[in-house]
Design a protein around this ligand. Sequence first.
Ligand code: BGC
Length: 369
Amino acid sequence: MKKGFKIVSLMLVIALFAAMAAACGKTGSGSKVSVGIVLPTKDEPRWVQDETRFKDALKGTKYTTEILFSQGSSAKEKENVETLINKGIKVLIICPQDGDAAAAAADAAKKEGIKVISYDRLINKTDAVDYYVTFDSIAVGEAQAKYLVDKVKGQGQPLYLYAGAASDNNAFLFFEGAWNVLQPKIADGTFKIANSSEAIALKDKAKLTREEMSKIISQVTTNWDANEAKNKAQTHLTAAAADMKGDVSILAPNDGTARSIADVFGADKAVKSYVVTGQDAEKASVQYVIDGKQSMTVFKDVRTLVKDAMGMAVDILDGKTPTTTGEYDNGKKKVQAKQTPVIVVDQANVKKALIDSGYYTAGDFKNLK
Ligand code: BGC
């Protein structure tokens, strides 16, 4: 009897230790997580950049946090949010895989009294989003387009348009910004559109509706996928007549797609020169810029976005109202937002903008002047 009692108490002690160890695991000193962070995918360097910057920013904070990735799946994203809800989060920072689909995850969080911060990409059509931290995405598209306009070599230069995923609200903002600057130059014949009949049909319209943008984006989407971008570029060049080659301009929406599009255009003998845009200042694209294979990138300093998102989360946890600077309509409510400006980077300022600023180190790159 006594022996049995001893075994049972030993087992209880072991179980208790196991539970304590599990609680201490990932999340710091308690079993609870205060801030849950959900990012779209580890497959794109952009979001690994965000993870790294979050980890840097979280060192030494008193609040417990956990970062989960959705790996390009809205179902996985919902599962991640549920996991974090079960861990007792008070604030959810989430960059949606699909802006519409993520509304259900935000609703689930709201039901538990959790505050939701949309991170970089806006969650659409729900009132469950409390705040939005973002870069100025219209300015990203405008900067890309302005770069193309500044470098154009004459009248009638072929222009290839590419866009992000239609499930990402940002893809529309980037395109809207680009169209603001490109449209007058298309209408006056500086550029001739090479790869979108929908864009050609709308070329005299300065402001496009979301539906009109959808029509163009559906023809030239990369779905934020480098392979899809490569295949589309190949198809477009195969179909292009001789007068759509020579010196060309290419609106590529981000770095991952820009590199694969640049590779395809670079390999075509009938393309004499190309100017191609990008965004994110991914290391591989910074090297492409240094090597003259990608013309520019738009640097979005993720340190600032992370700082803003965590600052908001801490304000909420401390019972304060976060500071915002504007608002974005998500189709259901006007979401209070904090917006960060962006910086254009090309060969001329790559060192100053990305190395001297401490964002990257010179040793990350070859042939940096
Ligand atoms: C982000 C970009 C990123 C793209 C693809 C957008 O929502 O703002 O920085 O390149 O998604 O992941």
